[in-house]
Write a protein that binds this ligand. Structure first.
Ligand code: CDP
Ligand code: CDP
Length: 247
């Protein structure tokens, strides 16, 4: 068996990757995998096991063992073929989906993701989880999908949007979902905090040594600042369809 078609979607935080990737996969009948969730799982494992000193090589080594030893499952709800399907993430059978999106993980995830050893362990999980799509198509989103994970992807998209725009999207999302309280301080999270957080995380992701966030030379850039979700999905769907025709 071989993978017929891979769509790699990369870009900074809250550029719209996961929403668009999930809808696109649904329309095309492809499998969808959110690679950021695996890095978030790795971060949750670090928190659960009280790992703090990442300058210590032993800590990273222990975390890698935990990642490889944990069963990660992603279950995407069956959609109506059009709309957004929710994906639930399980670690050893426990649903950790909402925990993964919390502020504690947001703060720590890009630190955890900068280690080459952690990235190699996540790479193993990415391959495992995408096995189910070997005979169909796959849409995967993240930071290094077009550059490292699937350098031969048939379609590569680099999604961008202005930082203030992305922060506003995340802010609206967090307020609607009631996730706008910092659990450690019990304080309301402000728009400015989210903006700072996004800028800091993007910078860390762009400047790290191992597979930094970067547009692949053959990726198609899409600035989604003034685009609706539907517009972005349709744009990429057309790119995929014309590529499919040319094969
Ligand atoms: O949803 P959002 O864009 O805020 O984040 P995410 O996609 O869940 O990714 C969380 C973090 O995981 C990123 O800030 C990166 O540090 C890391 N990540 C990565 O390094 N490589 C990937 N392919 C995906 C995520
Ligand atoms: O996965 P990533 O962090 O790149 O972004 P996301 O979680 O898919 O999108 C962040 C938020 O922006 C979601 O609440 C989307 O509904 C919203 N969004 C938007 O308003 N307009 C777009 N063109 C794309 C996403």
């Amino acid at each position: 068996a071989f993978r017929k078609f891979t769509v790699a979607i990369d870009g900074p935080a809250a550029s719209g990757k996961s929403t668009v990737a999930s809808m696109l996969a649904s329309r095309l009948g492809f499998m969808y995998l959110d690679s950021g969730s695996i890095y978030r799982c790795a971060t949750l494992l670090a928190i659960q096991n009280n790992m703090k000193d990442f300058e210590e090589a032993k800590t990273v080594e222990k975390l890698v063992e935990k990642i490889l030893g944990t069963k990660i499952d992603m279950v995407t709800e069956k959609g109506d073929g059009e709309g957004l399907r929710r994906t639930r993430v399980f670690m050893d059978g426990v649903d950790v989906s909402s925990e993964l999106r919390g502020n504690e993980i947001n703060k720590l995830v890009s630190l955890v993701a900068k280690f080459g050893e952690v990235r190699d362990a996540v790479f193993v999980k990415q391959r495992e989880l995408s096995k189910g799509s070997e005979v169909g198509g796959l849409v995967m989103d993240g930071r290094d999908i077009g550059t490292r994970v699937f350098p031969d992807a048939e379609v590569k998209i680099f999604m961008e949007a202005k930082a203030t725009c992305r922060a506003l999207r995340r802010y609206n999302e967090m307020t609607t979902k009631g996730m706008d309280v910092d659990k450690t301080t019990n304080k309301q999270i402000t728009f400015d905090q989210i903006l700072d957080e996004i800028i800091r995380r993007d910078h860390q992701d762009q400047t790290r040594k191992h597979s930094p966030l970067k547009k692949a030379s053959d990726a198609i850039p899409i600035d989604t600042s003034d685009m609706s979700i539907q517009q972005v999905v349709t744009t990429i769907e057309q790119i995929v369809k014309s590529k499919l025709k040319s094969l």
